[in-house]
Each structure stands twice: as structure tokens, then as C-alpha cells.
Design a protein around this ligand. Structure first.
Ligand code: ATP
Length: 363
């Protein structure tokens, strides 16, 4: 068992609150990604779990036991940093075996474990090479392997792929997931790269300015962002948030987005949520891949194209009407040109509304 519970965590550096308040439960054997922009407090959170930093207040619990005062070496966590710490005078095999030797495992067991890790991380061809001669990609793979070899029940990785090239990063995403499944570790993974978080994590903890914004499965946080920060931060491009005013329309509610047009009648659950919240000024939220072209006439947003960004077969259309902007992602936008006015409707069930004042989702 290796569940982690951060209780009421606060961390100050002098007068600066790097973690303002945080309560997070990470389940046993879970792959949890801490995701957020630079400076949001991800590494600080990780360092506190590892025992490299002490919290200003709050507690770190492992399986219900308070480890806040337990020194780093005694917490039983493996830690891989952005800047790998490898013994360059040793071979790959010696590096992988190092932690196992320190723990005085029998040579046969060491040999078996090294072989297993080398297999999982495709390090076999390099086993007898000196670490000093390895490429950055292989060095990072070795750093992960060396920490994984001792099979810590909690494995912490802080931006482990930020120095490796894009193609290798894609391979490593799959390998890390395999590694975690194989060893059954609780993995906490710090990244500012949403693709890494989305592809590997069981759950994602989205952070901003020293506060947890939302915790949920990749699809939950993507489809149902709890506020405008998460809506914008996730997705490439992020969710369209078009400012509008709630209006009565034929017994239902709709959103008037000024020069960008007005929405169709809102689905009943959203209208009910709006009435309950009493919100008047809102952001009409829809993901760029969820906006569809509609025929002329009738309700729907209506905005001119200001820029067409082509990425191979895919295109991102940039639209603007007054101060309202939106983007559409489509796989097939051959005929659209700059200046053309498009009428758009969201795919059914894909609209989110946010209170313009608080930024919180209206449910
Ligand atoms: P990055 O991806 O850039 O590392 P992060 O989300 O991991 O960002 P942290 O490294 O946790 O962020 O830092 C959070 C904030 O705390 C930053 O503003 C950082 O400058 C500050 N900070 C971190 N460590 C210290 C320290 N030892 N002394 C003072 N300020 C610190």
C-alpha cells in the first residue's frame, strides 16, 4: 500500500506563498500528474512529498501515517529529477545495480532485476557502455531505470522528459506507463505538458498560483473544467470562452454574445443551472473541435475568419467579432478563406457556461 494524503498543506518561502493551501489524496498504485504553468507550485509539492522541503503547515500522510517529520532517506520514495543524477564513471549495468547493492540484495536477484528493468526500458544494448558516453535520451532513461530498480512503493518524477527530444518523449510516455503497471507503484508525475498528463495519468491535479484548481481523470478535467483557468489551460488551443449576457428566449434561456451573435436555446439542465446560480454575465464555453458549421439563418454564433492556421491536414481557424474571439479546429477546412463569415453551432451536449465574475463553471 502506498496512498499519499496531503492535508492542508501550506508552503511559504519568506513572505511568498508557493503553496497557498492544498488538500490532495493520491490513491495506492495511482498515476497522478501534477499539471500547471511554470511557478504554480508543482515542484514544491513534490519536494514536500519527498521530504526535501518541510511544509510551513499541514501534514504529509503515507497510508494514514504522518511522515511530515520523517527525513527523505527514510520515506521509501524514489525520485527522478529533470536533471538526471547518474554516476558517469559507471556502466549502465552498474548504475542500475547500484541501489540494489546498497540494499545488499543477493547477486542473483540483482542480476534478474537489472535484466528486467533493462528490458522494460530498452536499455539492453547499452548495459556495458560507460554512462559518460550515452546520449541525453538514454541517460534520462537510465535515471528512471535506476530509481525504478529498487522498486520504491512511491515513485516521484519531476519533469523527467523535459530535456529529451520529441520523438523519444513519445516513446517514453508509453514506457513509463508500462513501468508503473509492471511494478504497481504509486506514481506522482510533475509536468507542464498536458499531453504527458493526458496520456499517462489516471488522474490529473491541475494547479495554478499555489492552489489546486481541479482533480479528476483526464477526460473529466478536459470535458468538465471547473473554472475558466482549467478550461483555457487544457487543450491546444484551449476552450473558447466567449463573453455574453443571459437572455430570455421563447421561454428558455440563451446567451447573447454581442457582435459574435447569440447562442441557440440552452439545453434544459444548463438553463436550470443558470437560473439557480442567478448568473447574468457569463462565458459561453465550447472546445474548438466542438464548433460546427451551420447553414445560414437561425440562431448560432456568427463570426468572420481572421486567420487560417494550417498544420498539415488539420487547420485552426481564428475568428474575431469585435472583442470576441474564437478558434475552430477541423481536419477538413479546404474551402474557408480569411474574411468569410461563418455561422457556428456547438455539437450537442458540448456547451459549458462559466460565471463571468468568479470564473466558476455553472452546472
Ligand atoms: P516550474 O515548472 O517552473 O519548476 P513549478 O510549478 O514547479 O514551476 P515551483 O518550483 O514549485 O513551481 O515554484 C513555485 C514558486 O515558488 C515559484 O514562484 C518559485 O520561484 C518559488 N520558489 C520555489 N522554491 C523556492 C525557494 N527555495 N526560495 C524561494 N522561492 C522559491
Amino acid at each position: 500500500m502506498a496512498a499519499i494524503h496531503l492535508q492542508n498543506l501550506v508552503k511559504h518561502f519568506g513572505g511568498f506563498a508557493a503553496i497557498k493551501q492544498m488538500d490532495l489524496e493520491i490513491r495506492d498504485k495511482e498515476f497522478m500528474a501534477l499539471l500547471g504553468p511554470s511557478g504554480c507550485g508543482k515542484s514544491t509539492t513534490m519536494n514536500i512529498i519527498a521530504g526535501m522541503e518541510n511544509p510551513s503547515s499541514g501534514r504529509v500522510m503515507f497510508d494514514g501515517v504522518d511522515v511530515s517529520q520523517v527525513p527523505m532517506g527514510k520515506r521509501g520514495v524514489g525520485f527522478v529529477f529533470q536533471n538526471y543524477a547518474i554516476f558517469t564513471h559507471m556502466t549502465v549495468r552498474q548504475n542500475l545495480a547500484y541501489g540494489l547493492k546498497v540494499r545488499r540484495l543477493p547477486p542473483k536477484e540483482i542480476e534478474e532485476k537489472v535484466a528486467k528493468i533493462a528490458g522494460l526500458l530498452q536499455l539492453e544494448p547499452y548495459l556495458d557502455r560507460p554512462a559518460a558516453k550515452l546520449s541525453v535520451n538514454i541517460l534520462q532513461r537510465l535515471a528512471i531505470g535506476r530509481s525504478a530498480a529498487v522498486n520504491p512503493s512511491i515513485f516521484l518524477l519531476d519533469e523527467p522528459l523535459s530535456n529529451v527530444d520529441a520523438a523519444f518523449r513519445a516513446v517514453m510516455r508509453t514506457e513509463l506507463k508500462h513501468l508503473q503497471r509492471e511494478f504497481g507503484q504509486t506514481m506522482v508525475y510533475v509536468t507542464h505538458d498536458q499531453l504527458e498528463a493526458m496520456t499517462m495519468a489516471d488522474r490529473i491535479a491541475v494547479m495554478d498560483h499555489g492552489l489546486l484548481q481541479q482533480v479528476g481523470s483526464p477526460l473529466e478535467v478536459y470535458n468538465n473544467p471547473c473554472n475558466t483557468f482549467v478550461a483555457r489551460f487544457l487543450g491546444a488551443p484551449g476552450m473558447n470562452l466567449i463573453a455574453g449576457t443571459v437572455i430570455e428566449q421563447n421561454g428558455s434561456l440563451a446567451v447573447d454574445c454581442g457582435p459574435a451573435g447569440r447562442s441557440e436555446a440552452l439545453p434544459a439542465p444548463l438553463a436550470a443551472g443558470l437560473r439557480k446560480a442567478g448568473a447574468k454575465e457569463v462565458f459561453f464555453g465550447v472546445r474548438p473541435e466542438d464548433l460546427e458549421f451551420a447553414s445560414e439563418g437561425g440562431a448560432g454564433l456568427s463570426m468572420p475568419v481572421v486567420f487560417v492556421e494550417r498544420i498539415g491536414p488539420r487547420a485552426i481557424l481564428h475568428l474575431a467579432a469585435g472583442d470576441r474571439t474564437a478558434k475552430i479546429v477541423s481536419e477538413n477546412l479546404v474551402a474557408v478563406t480569411t474574411g468569410e463569415r461563418l455561422r457556428l453551432v456547438p455539437r450537442p451536449g458540448r456547451v459549458r457556461l462559466f460565471d463571468a465574475g468568479s470564473g466558476r463553471a455553472i452546472l
